[in-house]
Design a protein around this ligand. Structure first.
Ligand SMILES: [Cu+2]
Length: 120
């Protein structure tokens, strides 16, 4: 058992260093992935764990048609990207995003959400 201990500790030390080189992550978004909203969202917000260069930020309806966002296109390196959403009808939507991670890798994701019919 003891003879395995030293190599294990060496590996643990290496693994502990690795996250420093991992690519950036999306920490949260508004709307959140899978959100079911009672009112249409006023904006889209992506929050990353560090500065990234967002290269794509698209809002699509359930038919895959793109809905223009206001304020997308600046895309300066930042930990946050925000765009204003026009009035949305009830339905299913998704946000497609892509960014250049701080380590130079491309990261991307899809955030589905739903706007419900207003309840009476
Ligand atoms: Cu990476």
């Amino acid at each position: 058992m003891t003879r395995w201990l030293a190599p294990s500790l060496g590996l643990a030390a290496i693994l502990a260093v690795l996250p420093a080189f991992a690519h950036s992550e999306l920490r949260r978004s508004e709307p959140a992935a899978g959100a079911v909203l009672d009112a249409p969202p006023a904006h889209v917000l992506l929050v990353f764990n560090e500065r990234v260069q967002v290269t794509t930020l698209r809002l699509l309806d359930s038919a895959g048609h793109r809905i223009a966002l206001q304020g997308d296109g600046s895309f300066a390196p930042s930990p946050e990207e925000r765009a204003v959403v026009p009035a949305l009808k009830p339905g299913r939507y998704r946000i497609d995003w892509a960014a250049i991670s701080a380590d130079g890798h491309e990261i991307a994701g899809r955030i589905p959400f739903e706007v419900r019919n207003p309840t009476r």
